[in-house]
Design a protein around this ligand. Structure first.
Ligand SMILES: [Zn+2]
Length: 49
């Protein structure tokens, strides 16, 4: 069972990545460090509901 969601940059709030995850293995909200084009650096990205 996979769900799709958006990863959003916490610094500039731009929505940079589309992800799918398994809801049973990752039931909580994901937080990952990803490169943001608008910030031009690696920032924290959080799952947007
Ligand atoms: Zn950003």
């Amino acid at each position: 069972m996979r769900v799709q969601f958006t990863l959003r940059c916490e610094t500039c709030k731009s929505e940079n990545y589309q992800y799918t995850k398994n809801k049973q293995t990752h039931p909580s909200r994901m937080e990952v460090k990803k490169y943001c084009k608008r910030c031009d650096k690696v920032t924290m990205h959080k799952e947007k509901k």
